[in-house]
Design a binder for this molecule. Structure first.
Ligand SMILES: *[C@@H]1O[C@H](CO)[C@@H](O)[C@H](O)[C@H]1NC(C)=O
Ligand SMILES: *[C@@H]1O[C@H](CO)[C@@H](O)[C@H](O)[C@H]1NC(C)=O
Ligand SMILES: *[C@@H]1O[C@H](CO)[C@@H](O)[C@H](O)[C@H]1NC(C)=O
Length: 549
């Protein structure tokens, strides 16, 4: 059968004809008038099949797929750069909706695994490689590659979303037939979603983003500053890895009981007045479990705002850089040495010097990074979210309170900044709550996992053993953040809470261990005092903590 073509101007409605075949020829025809685009791959995957095109960021396949058409398209973005995007198009189960997902760190690769999870809902799913092929930590691809930096920063996502939507409609012979468009991802993927709706409010009707790396220059600066707090290793202030557990144990001891249950989960890290002095060595403490006064300052600094003093009397006042770790978070990532998550941006995006000495970070380096704002990646245009809100868009934001890669405080900062921007935009009558809700996930680490706490909400970068997608036994908008987003967008029913689930051994096949509500920030879950603490009905969302202090 004759496939549809996308008209020469991407984004115009296509004319109605029947569905294309899942062949390179059919896709070539669809894209015939888009000279920037070329086909890498088109082919069918049978039900239960596995598919991927391995990259350094995503070496593994999506597995256990429904029957789909898999495609990969290359798009030239400048004379020096191009990006690729992948598509999974469900055979018979398309729900007439589009869902894009994102990436991690500085990584480049199509996120086939998350696309594979989300195609099970019936979405046509899409992910871009952002224009390069690298692991999440490796930023060296960016050296003297401004066009590729632009692709990573914002261009590949927008170009991929726009072209992919046209391909989806042409493939299904359904011009204008995408009823809703969504986005779900975590970390850099969270940033990409927020950036896309800031720059292009029409791209999505709803986004569900976790632990967003939204403040690009500052995340790098904050990560590097934390590594420097514990450097060099032979300094008296240095905290050895063998002491990390003692910090976390004391934080649990002091901050865990406040939600009414001692269970290894700190529900309110921002409301805990932690006494660091309790870590100090005294005559009775075993030296392997306590801290000298110098080490105590290192611990304190790790859990405090990262700030440059008014250096050299410039008169500019101190510069707040980034929030430190939230109480209860493991210090292991922050204090175990240097990573490209900290210095990569400065070497390869800002100074263009692969030998730049990261131990000499100054305030001027941070200001230079702000000024350059590589790839216009930073999702810091808070006021522009009003345009997204005005056209009915919804944002669900969640962040693990025990995130050691991107401190949970950065999402609080984002939430506060959006709240202020909306208040000052005035006259719209739309409270922040009408389009933007934030859920702190107590105990959760970066994007997923917790030893003790319920964390699973079927978000981006939340693979769960023993299932293909969603929350087995609880496939509804109360437990699944993607279904919650759809319900909010399509039925106007905003989530007041989400119930997070912990499966035994983090394996859905092993059954549920515990569930607990996540409350719309700044409300918090509080145990009612009777009944099984592992059952969500024995908790309620209360106005506690930060606002009362
Ligand atoms: C990944 O999927 C491709 C395409 O279906 C297949 O050729 C390859 O064998 C798969 N790899 C693994 C490790 O399953
Ligand atoms: C990415 O690079 C790795 C290592 O060179 C290679 O094996 C892989 O095929 C590349 N993937 C893509 C999609 O280019
Ligand atoms: C490094 O290169 C980027 C473009 O990739 C440019 O914006 C930046 O100004 C350069 N930095 C310096 C110090 O020249």
């Amino acid at each position: 059968m004759k496939p549809n073509r996308i008209p020469a101007l991407i984004g115009l409605p296509v004319s109605a004809v029947s569905a294309a075949d899942c062949t390179t020829e059919a896709f070539s025809e669809i894209l015939a008038d888009v000279p920037e685009a070329s086909i890498n791959y088109v082919g069918r995957v049978p039900e239960g099949g596995s598919f991927g095109i391995p990259s350094l960021a995503f070496p593994g396949n999506a597995t256990d797929l429904p029957a789909v058409c898999a495609a990969s398209v290359n798009v030239r973005s400048s004379p020096d750069s191009s990006y690729n995007f992948g598509l999974f198009l469900p055979d018979t189960t398309w729900n007439e909706r589009f869902l894009a997902t994102g990436n991690g760190g500085f990584g480049g690769g199509i996120n086939w695994p998350d696309m594979g999870r989300m195609v099970h809902y019936g979405f046509a799913t899409m992910s871009t490689d952002t224009g390069h092929n690298s692991t999440a930590e490796d930023a060296s691809w960016a050296l003297n590659a401004p066009e590729t930096i632009n692709d990573w920063g914002h261009r590949a996502m927008h170009g991929s979303v726009t072209l992919a939507k046209s391909v989806v409609e042409a493939y299904y012979g359904s011009p204008g037939g995408i009823r809703y468009s969504y986005y779900a991802s975590c970390s850099t993927g969270g940033r990409q979603g927020l950036r896309e709706i800031q720059l292009h409010p029409d791209s999505f009707d709803g986004i569900a983003v976790g632990a967003p790396a939204w403040w690009t220059p500052r995340i790098a600066a904050g990560t590097l500053m934390m590594s420097l707090i514990n450097y060099p290793d032979d300094d008296p202030k240095h905290i050895d890895g063998s002491l990390f557990g003692a910090i976390q144990a004391e934080m649990l001891r002091q901050c865990d009981p406040q939600d009414g249950v001692v269970d290894g989960i700190v529900s309110d890290p921002f409301g805990c007045a932690f006494d660091f002095e309790a870590l100090l060595c005294d005559a009775s403490s075993p030296p392997a479990e306590c801290f000298t006064a110098e080490q105590l300052e290192t611990a304190r600094a790790t859990y405090s705002d990262l700030v440059f003093d008014d250096g050299g009397g410039s008169g500019d006042g101190p510069l707040f850089v980034f929030p430190g770790l939230a109480l209860g978070t493991s210090p292991a990532f922050a204090l175990s040495g240097f990573t490209q998550y900290g210095y990569g941006l400065f070497r390869y995006f800002v100074h263009n010097d692969s030998a730049w000495d990261y131990t000499r970070l100054t305030r001027a380096d941070v200001e230079a990074a702000d000024e350059i704002n590589p790839g216009r990646a930073s999702a810091d245009d808070f006021g522009s979210l009003a345009r997204f809100a005005d056209r009915g868009g919804k944002v669900l934001l969640y962040h693990g309170a025990a995130d050691s890669l991107i401190s949970a405080g950065s999402s609080l900062f984002f939430y506060d900044a959006v709240t202020k921007a909306m208040a000052s935009s005035g006259g719209r009558g739309a409270g922040v709550d009408d389009f933007f809700r934030f859920f702190l996930v107590p105990g959760m680490e970066h994007c997923w996992l917790s030893a003790a706490a319920p964390w699973y909400i079927a978000g981006g970068s939340q693979p769960l053993a023993g299932t293909t997608h969603s929350v087995p036994g609880f496939m509804d908008a109360d437990h699944d953040v993607i279904l919650a987003m759809m319900k909010w967008v399509e039925e106007g029913s905003a989530p007041e809470k989400l119930v997070a689930t912990k499966f035994k051994d983090d394996n859905a096949a092993a059954g549920v261990q515990s569930q607990r509500p996540l409350c719309v920030y700044p409300r918090q879950a509080k145990y009612l005092g009777t009944g099984d603490v592992n059952m969500p009905e024995n908790w309620e969302c209360e106005d506690l903590g930060v606002n009362d202090l």
